[in-house]
Design a protein around this ligand. Structure first.
Ligand SMILES: C[S@@+](CC[C@H](N)C(=O)[O-])C[C@H]1O[C@@H](n2cnc3c(N)ncnc32)[C@H](O)[C@@H]1O
Length: 197
């Protein structure tokens, strides 16, 4: 059986890794929410060998993620946990959380649940890295993102590219400050949050 494959992941894994290398330099453990194909996890675990990378997703994606993990054979890369934002998280405390291209897929209610989960499960000095497209002051950063937003809403009216102001507000209320907003290729951002001191 062929492994699931995302060309976008192949394109963005290098630029994302460059930022993660900076922010996860002293991190020993990361939980990825919505691992998708599993490609990101293999690339990051292979290059961030000082940390343990825990994949997670809804069960429907577990077989595909496990195929990537089985081929990679990395001792610091762990089998997918069942983490559906509709339900409780399968972890107690994690040192860092990474998620890519999830907040525009799930409903706003689940975006809120994501931040509630982060608040509940992230360690006191923990870091949260969120990759994806965002709007600024209600404006798309490109025409292609606007078309993507229309496409998303046709698939599911609750999906859609989020306003960075609403995301940072939600994070703020959950106790997190935006450390950096990293401009990434193809009109995406990598947001890094840290708990308030
Ligand atoms: C566009 S994919 C992104 C996958 C991968 N992170 C990437 O960047 O290619 C969206 C991901 O969100 C996950 N997802 C959707 N609904 C979810 C939910 N309710 N709880 C957790 N993950 C969910 C999907 O299973 C999928 O892995």
């Amino acid at each position: 059986m062929n492994k699931p494959f995302s060309q976008a992941c192949e394109n963005n894994k290098g630029p994302i890794l460059a930022v993660l290398q900076q922010y996860f330099a002293d991190t020993q453990e990361v939980l990825e929410v919505g691992s998708g194909t599993g490609q990101h996890s293999v690339h990051f675990a292979a290059h961030l060998t000082h940390l343990q990378w825990h994949t997670s997703d809804r069960p429907i994606n577990h077989v595909g993620i496990q195929q990537w993990l089985d081929d990679a054979q990395l001792s610091n890369l762990h089998s997918p946990l069942t983490l559906d934002l509709n339900h409780d998280w399968p972890v107690e405390t994690v040192e860092a959380i990474y998620t890519a291209n999830t907040l525009h897929i799930v409903s706003w209610q689940l975006v809120e649940r994501f931040f509630a989960g982060v608040k509940q499960h992230l360690a006191p000095a923990g870091i949260v890295c969120i990759y994806g497209p965002f709007k600024y002051q209600g404006q798309f950063t490109s025409e292609s993102n606007q078309r993507f937003d229309e496409f998303l809403k046709q698939q599911d009216s609750q999906s859609g590219i989020r306003d960075i102001e609403l995301i940072t507000q939600l994070a703020q209320r959950a106790g997190f400050t935006l450390l950096s907003d990293n401009q990434m290729p193809a009109n995406n951002q990598l947001l890094v949050f840290k708990r308030h001191a």
